[in-house]
Design a protein around this ligand. Structure first.
Ligand SMILES: NC(=O)C1=CN([C@@H]2O[C@H](COP(=O)(O)OP(=O)(O)OC[C@H]3O[C@@H](n4cnc5c(N)ncnc54)[C@H](O)[C@@H]3O)[C@@H](O)[C@H]2O)C=CC1
Ligand SMILES: CC(=O)[C@](C)(O)C(=O)O
Ligand SMILES: [Mg+2]
Ligand SMILES: [Mg+2]
Length: 347
């Protein structure tokens, strides 16, 4: 493992240089990797592994996503199966159903986990909250996770562009004595940039915090707050949207991604820099109590409970769709649709 200094703290990470694809292929050469579920992570991970030369099959119940798998080149009866058949054939079972659906399917999955097989997750959820999920793997299988730090959609896109998403990895149970190398080989296979080590509990608590926080929840909250203030003060939707979202995603965040916050600042006016440097701390102080409340709610298991209860309801998809529609049809995001359609490359 390479030891890298992350802002003063040394961490061990696995890079593609030290664990090249050929090594990953060698480690997994006798394995049949069964990707169960073809939602968001399923396609990204299975297609990347297939293109990387691994022996991959997909298990998906019939329906829209099954059809999508066929369109993506998975062949019924050869590389695409009903879930139970894929579970039977697979030696590494990648449990990539939604976290709530994993609970329902667990008894079935468990019945196929013969000694020597491996159980792979992309989230620490099921095992960490085992009192709520009932997911308790048998002692004679390897259990590990690789959690790409981003959407399965980006995992695939970046792979196709020759780039990668960073992933965390963790070993929960090493029955064979080879869990670690199998896990890292899977991480390389799915198209990770570098891999950093964690445990199931830390993965799930940081992940639930991140997606509720700056990655998804907080960002929408802060966008909405600024947009509303601008609109209340007479600014047009176009002006408010551009000054809240479009400039961030199109101009400034790519600069942050490339070289960090200070570099983005340095590429803006001194007027902007003066203001940003004065205002970031008040925003930090105002939101920190909310982040603390969020973290405590994750830590206590409350967020997992909500997620399981809500996402296990039979009409959860319709309800999610209603809430997404409310966002989509808010003035801010309708303005966004119009703004995007006017981007030169789209019009
Ligand atoms: N969405 C993402 O990009 C990310 C997801 N993860 C984790 O990866 C895992 C998979 O998540 P997603 O890809 O988002 O899942 P998803 O919500 O897209 O669902 C995956 C599949 O589950 C199937 N499914 C749902 N209910 C079922 C049932 N009762 N029986 C049989 N099949 C059923 C659906 O047909 C779908 O193909 C989760 O543990 C998630 O936390 C981790 C990182 C990012
Ligand atoms: C994309 C990702 O990593 C998330 C936000 O944690 C998720 O989809 O669960
Ligand atoms: Mg995540
Ligand atoms: Mg997540």
């Amino acid at each position: 493992m390479a030891t890298i200094n992350f802002g003063g703290v040394e961490e061990n990470v696995v890079t593609r240089e030290e664990f090249p694809l050929e090594k990953a292929r060698e480690v997994l050469k006798d394995e049949v990797i069964a990707v169960i579920g073809y939602g968001v992570q399923g396609p990204g991970q299975s297609l990347n592994m297939r293109d990387n030369g691994f022996n991959v099959i997909v298990g998906q119940r019939k329906g829209k996503t099954y059809d999508k798998a066929v369109q993506d080149g998975w062949v019924p009866g050869e590389t695409l199966f009903e879930i139970e058949e894929a579970l039977e054939r697979g030696t590494i079972i990648c449990f990539l159903l939604s976290d709530a659906a994993q609970i329902e399917l667990w008894p079935t999955v468990k019945s196929y986990l013969k000694p020597g097989k491996s159980l792979y997750f992309s989230h620490g959820f099921g095992v960490t909250y085992k009192e709520k999920t009932g997911i308790i793997p048998p002692a004679d299988v390897d259990v590990f996770l690789v959690a790409p730090k981003g959407s399965g959609t980006s995992l695939r896109r970046l792979f196709v562009e020759g780039k990668g998403l960073n992933s965390s990895f963790a070993i929960y149970q090493d029955a064979s004595g080879h869990a670690r190398e199998k896990c890292i080989a899977m991480g390389i296979g799915v198209g990770s940039g570098y891999l950093f080590e964690t445990d199931f509990y830390k993965e799930v608590t940081s992940d639930l915090t991140g997606e509720r926080g700056t990655l998804m929840g907080a960002i929408q909250g802060i966008f909405a707050a600024q947009y509303e203030v601008l609109r209340a003060n007479g600014h047009s939707p176009s002006e408010a949207f551009n000054e809240t979202v479009e400039e961030l995603t199109q101009s400034l965040m790519p600069l942050v991604a490339e070289n960090g916050m200070d570099w983005m600042y340095a590429n803006c006016s001194t007027t902007a820099q003066r203001g940003a440097l004065d205002w970031w701390k008040p925003f930090r102080d105002a939101t920190k109590p909310v982040f603390e409340r969020l973290y405590n709610s994750v830590k206590s298991g409350e967020q997992a409970e909500i997620s399981i209860t809500r996402n296990s309801q039979s009409d959860y998809r319709e309800k999610l769709e209603e809430e997404l529609k409310e966002l989509r049809e808010s003035e801010m995001w309708k303005a966004g649709t119009a703004v995007r359609s006017l981007r030169p490359e789209r019009s």
